[in-house]
Design a protein around this ligand. Sequence first.
Ligand SMILES: NC(=O)c1ccc[n+]([C@@H]2O[C@H](COP(=O)([O-])OP(=O)(O)OC[C@H]3O[C@@H](n4cnc5c(N)ncnc54)[C@H](O)[C@@H]3O)[C@@H](O)[C@H]2O)c1
Length: 434
Amino acid sequence: MTIPQPSNLHYDVTIVGLGYVGIPLALGFVEAGLRVLGLDTDEGRLRELQHGHSPLAHLPSEKIARALATGRLHFTDDTDRISESAAVVICVPTPLRRHQDPDLSHILSAGEQVAPHLRRGMLVSLESSTYPGTTREELRAVLEKGSGLKAGVDFHLAFSPEREDPGNTDSVLRHVPKVVGGLTPACLERALELYRHAVDKLVPVKDCDTAEAVKLTENVFRFVNIALVNELKRIYTLMGIDVWEVINAAKTKPYGFMPFYPGPGVGGHCIPIDPYYLTWKVREYGTDTRFIELAGQINRSMPYYVVNHLLEAMNAAGRALRGARVLVLGIAYKPGVSDDRESPAYPIMDLLRAKGAVVEYYDPHIPRIVPGHNSWSGHQSIAWRAHELATFDAAVVCTPHPGVKYAELADNVPLIIDACHVVPADRKANVVAA
Ligand SMILES: NC(=O)c1ccc[n+]([C@@H]2O[C@H](COP(=O)([O-])OP(=O)(O)OC[C@H]3O[C@@H](n4cnc5c(N)ncnc54)[C@H](O)[C@@H]3O)[C@@H](O)[C@H]2O)c1
């Protein structure tokens, strides 16, 4: 079923930004029977998509090929074609600049692309995670300036945060409740009308600012709880208590406790970044976000903690890190995905290299680090072979990808620093939890 529109409209919705969020969203709308135009500025990505190839390791190409076969999905870089759509959903990146302030450049350039093609009655919905006020102030200004139309009067404007959970097969667009806020009640109604096609449960909130705050709250919650459990790990380790055993026992409590797990730090395009959008914005109100900043300090210190454990373990064995061959396992920021943005594996690799270690990595999802990405660009994953593993003096487990043979690792590498609690402790290697 498609949304009734003037007959010259070929698409119900254009998705601007075809990444971890935009692609699953486009597929969800196609599955719901809508006609979808996917727009991106990355030519290589578009070519892959047009040929039915998934650029995302966790998303099978068949899903894209199947959606293309319906004839209701097309991909383009031609921004003029936005005018063929009844609605536009923007899913572009929201990174931080070098000094931790928000980089809205992608949102603003997407807005500039959309503005000349805005029509009366059209809907623009932003899904990128950002601070409260972005849709109402920044995006609105760009759209109004470029179109000469007025948001909430001539066109509809909304914000709906994305809850995509890459790699989690249980998390399907249709079944994850979706929060929606509109600039006006009519904007909200129009946004609900669009999303209702693809999502079973919608959660309307008062306005765009509230919807933006919902997303930041969800991610701040994860950010501070991960920091808390990382701090508990450090404390319990000193006390000779196994933090994983503590968490597994604590989570048997049927109420009032939610398990979070320690690790080598936090990564990804959301959790280490979004909280600082709030930190930056509240300065305008003369206050600060002490909890967020403390959590950030703890999470950012975890790579040092992990490397220190390696140094101490090598020292105890009478060995130096300088010149040692160290294998880092898992450079994606979480298990089962190929996304290595903000991965704590990189600061760990940097620290090891700075101390003179010879660093290699193994990641079945990232065979090669993309060029221009960071100082490790172009490095390739080692092949998983017992005789190759046996050439390393130590290994550091950063990301617990499923399918990795940790027992085989422990049988071939003499020392393992396990930040993820996945290596069987009864193997030959000296396994240190960190
Ligand atoms: N990755 C996640 O799991 C996740 C989950 C929830 C929310 N989010 C949020 O969703 C937003 C998008 O994240 P993502 O992970 O999908 O990013 P991504 O980097 O995977 O994809 C973004 C895409 O947008 C394209 N793009 C950038 N500027 C553009 C423009 N002006 N016009 C057209 N295309 C443009 C890029 O080429 C890229 O393909 C971010 O705000 C992020 O915080 C991400």
